[in-house]
Design a binder for this molecule. Structure first.
Ligand code: PLP
Length: 426
């Protein structure tokens, strides 16, 4: 791999370098285990003395190639692919914080992440509290506690479409010696590379644009490298791990201590890796990601402009619109000012009228998903965010009438015509 390659080249070439006569496309290594000639070889693998594969719960060649591809695209040193985006976010935090610790998070997050933080991690003794996007640096810093171990934000919030002001959050995190974790699912590394703006860890639901065809659930955690885990706040990184013969992650795996620890502790013990076939599909999807993100973004912008001018539409939220409050941050952080393929809008007449429009769409389907080739719609308050309280809905930027559109790659004239005929029914 050439380190100067641009993102379009990395999306295709990074992660897999076939040897003479080997398969040109990364093969699906659908094998649980791997054969060795002697006992010592396997013992060395178990002791992490050499790299290789011994059991697919921990590592697999197809998954490994995908991890290397995404790490290269994000500009990180290593990545660990997991069974879902939920696992990626859970493990990113659990790798750093333990029972009795605290994590600060931005309030505008995907509903499943809020639920993970406020229910499941809470039960495990990790407390997550929230700051709102309008809080300035001093106000955010005031929420950091002595036991705060990370700051977590979503690059482009689902579905609030708030853009995280990375530099603000990176400053607060680093002033306090803690890492900034960014869920970069919606922009993908094609539109935004959070490591360039101070993030230390990036997560993805690869289920979304990275796969891009709605065929494989998956997640990934990427490590930038270079974070100072030795400041005294993270003893699990700097003290011997008795479950691994006393190895010290910052000493024995100095280049990528976060990723090695996540794999050999959390993936080993909870056992939720990405499966080889899903890694193959996600890898194939990634090859066209740069092209797709351009078209998703231009189609979304055109649909947003169309809806904004439609007499039956009461409001439109798309950060790519020049008059959107998030547009300045899109221009600052996102490649070419492109704002990805998701927009939200409300119909005059509120929730009931909105439901009528959704039921009348013919090309756009009602789906609990975003970010694939097909246009789809969803009503978060009654679907993805159903478990959230009124207050949590408001904090997540979800109004009762909000319709979320995932704008696909169909011809934009056909997409607009579909919304036009459905709005006529409201
Ligand atoms: N993060 C974001 C921003 C998401 O939109 C989602 C799912 O919609 C997730 C995480 C969870 O990902 P998954 O559904 O792959 O578990």
């Amino acid at each position: 791999m050439n380190k100067d390659w641009k993102i379009e080249t990395l999306a295709i070439q990074a992660g897999y370098e076939p040897e003479n006569g080997a398969a040109r496309v990364v093969p699906i290594v659908q094998s649980t285990t791997y054969r060795y000639d002697d006992v010592q070889s396997v013992a060395d693998l178990f002791d992490l003395k050499r790299e290789g594969f011994f059991y697919t719960r921990l590592a697999n060649p197809t998954v490994d190639a995908f991890e290397k591809k995404i790490a290269a695209m994000e500009g990180g040193v290593a990545a660990v692919a997991l069974s879902s985006g939920q696992t990626a976010n859970a493990f990113a935090l659990m790798n750093i914080a333990r029972c009795g610790d605290h994590v600060l998070a931005l309030s505008s997050l995907y509903g499943g992440t809020v639920s993970l933080f406020t229910n499941t991690l809470k039960k495990a003794g990790i407390e997550v509290s929230f700051v709102t996007p309008d809080m300035d640096e001093a106000a955010v810093a005031a929420q950091v506690r002595s036991n705060t171990k990370a700051l977590f934000v979503e690059a482009l919030a689902n579905p609030a479409l708030v853009v995280a002001d990375f530099e603000k959050y990176a400053k607060v995190a680093h002033d306090n010696g803690i890492p900034l974790i960014v869920d970069n699912t919606f922009p993908t590394p094609v539109l935004c590379r959070p490591f360039e703006f101070g993030a230390d860890i990036v997560t993805h639901s690869t289920t979304k644009y990275i796969d891009g065809h709605a065929v494989a659930v998956g997640g990934i955690v990427v490590e930038k490298g270079g974070f100072n885990w030795s400041c005294g706040k993270f003893p699990e990184f700097t003290e011997p791990d008795e479950s691994y013969h006393g190895l010290v992650y910052t000493k024995d795996f100095a280049a990528a201590p976060f990723s090695v620890k996540l794999r050999v502790q959390l993936v080993r013990d909870y056992g939720v890796p990405m499966m080889p076939f899903n890694a193959f599909l996600a890898s194939l999807g990634t090859e066209t990601l740069p092209l797709r993100m351009e078209r998703h973004s231009s189609n979304a912008l055109e649909l947003a402009e169309f809806l904004k001018n439609h007499p039956k539409v009461s409001w439109v939220n798309y950060p790519g619109l020049a008059d959107n409050p998030e547009n300045a941050l899109v221009k600052k952080y996102f490649t070419g000012g492109m704002a990805s393929g998701v927009l939200c809008f409300g119909v005059k007449g509120g929730r009931a009228a909105g439901e009528k429009v959704m039921n009348s769409l013919k090309l756009a389907a009602i789906v609990v998903h975003v970010a694939d080739t097909r246009t789809g719609v969803l009503h978060p308050a009654s679907m993805t965010h159903r478990q959230l309280s009124e207050a949590e809905l408001e904090a997540a930027g979800v109004s009762p009438d909000l319709i979320r559109v995932t704008v696909g790659l169909e011809n934009i004239e056909d997409i607009k015509a579909d919304f036009d005929q459905a709005l006529a029914m409201a």
